[in-house]
Design a protein around this ligand. Structure first.
Ligand code: SAH
Length: 242
C-alpha cells in the first residue's frame, strides 16, 4: 500500500511539473510573439515616417511575420525588424524593409495581378506581394534558398506563391506575360527575356549596375520601353550560375 501511494505521489508530482513547464513554454512563446508584434509595429511606423503611403503595403508588412522567413540561426545575430538587410545564408540577404516597401509601392500592384519576382531569397518580398492579392511567380537560383523559401511560404499559408529553382535571366515564359516584374538582385544590363515577358502597360523595377547601382523603373507602352532612373541602392549581383 505504501509503495502504491509512493508511486501515485510520484506520478502526480511529475504531471504537475509537466503542466507547469507547458504553461511556462506557452506563456514565453506568447511573450515572444508579442515582442515581435511590437517590433513590427515600430518598423511600420518608421516606414510611414520614411514616406511609404500605400496603406495596403503598410498593413501587409504589419501582419507578415518577417522573422519566420529568416533562418533561425541568423535571428540571434540580426534584428529581423530593423531597417537594414539581414543575412539568410549562402552569402545572400533579405532586403531592408524600406526597400521592400518602396519597390512594392512603385509597382502599383493590383489584386488578381500576376507578378514575376527574380531572386526569391527568403520569400519575404513574395509574401508581401501575395498579401496584396497577387499571384506570385518567383525564381531563385540557389536551390537551398528556394527550398527554404518554399517551406517558409507554405508554413505561413502563402499558397499562391510559386517558387522555381532556376535562372532568372530566362524569366518564366510559361506564365508570361506578367503584369509587373520585380528583380531583387542586380544585373549589369536589363535582361531582354524579362522585358519580353512584361505585358503592355506593365512595370518592371530592378537594381541595375555593378558596384554603383540604381533602381530603374521601366514601363512598356505601345511596345516601347520608358525608363526612369530612381534611388541609388545596394543589392547582391544577379549571377549566371549558383
Ligand atoms: N527578395 C528576397 C531577397 C533577395 S536577395 C527576399 O525577400 O528575401 C537576392 C536573391 O537573388 C538571392 O537569393 C540570390 O541567390 C538570387 N539570385 C541571384 N542571381 C539570380 C538569378 N540569376 N536568378 C534567380 N535568382 C538569383
Amino acid at each position: 500500500m505504501k509503495r502504491v501511494l509512493y508511486y501515485l505521489g510520484l506520478v502526480l508530482l511529475l504531471s504537475g511539473l509537466l503542466l507547469v513547464s507547458c504553461y511556462e513554454k506557452r506563456s514565453t512563446d506568447k511573450e515572444r510573439e508579442n515582442n515581435w508584434a511590437e517590433k513590427r509595429a515600430t518598423m511600420v511606423h518608421q516606414l510611414r515616417v520614411y514616406g511609404i503611403e500605400d496603406e495596403r503595403i503598410l498593413k501587409a508588412m504589419n501582419s507578415i511575420q518577417r522573422h519566420k522567413f529568416i533562418p533561425e540561426r541568423y535571428l540571434g545575430i540580426a534584428a529581423p525588424y530593423g531597417d537594414h538587410p539581414c543575412p539568410i545564408g549562402h552569402g545572400q540577404t533579405i532586403s531592408q524593409p524600406y526597400i521592400v516597401a518602396y519597390m512594392t509601392e512603385k509597382l502599383h500592384i493590383q489584386p488578381g495581378g500576376k507578378i514575376l519576382e527574380i531572386g526569391t531569397g527568403s520569400g519575404y518580398q513574395a509574401a508581401v506581394l501575395a498579401e496584396l492579392g497577387a499571384a506570385v511567380y518567383s525564381i531563385e537560383i540557389v536551390p537551398e534558398l528556394a527550398d527554404h523559401a518554399r517551406k517558409a511560404l507554405s508554413a505561413q499559408g502563402y499558397e499562391k506563391v510559386n517558387v522555381l529553382t532556376g535562372n532568372g535571366y530566362e524569366g518564366w515564359p510559361e506564365y508570361s506575360p506578367f503584369d509587373d516584374i520585380i528583380v531583387t538582385c542586380a544585373p549589369e544590363h536589363i535582361p531582354q527575356a524579362l522585358v519580353n515577358q512584361l505585358r503592355e502597360g506593365g512595370r518592371m523595377i530592378l537594381p541595375l549596375g555593378v558596384g554603383v547601382q540604381r533602381l530603374v523603373i521601366l514601363r512598356k507602352i505601345s511596345g516601347r520601353i520608358e525608363k526612369v532612373d530612381d534611388l541609388p541602392v545596394r543589392f547582391v549581383p544577379m549571377v549566371r550560375r549558383p
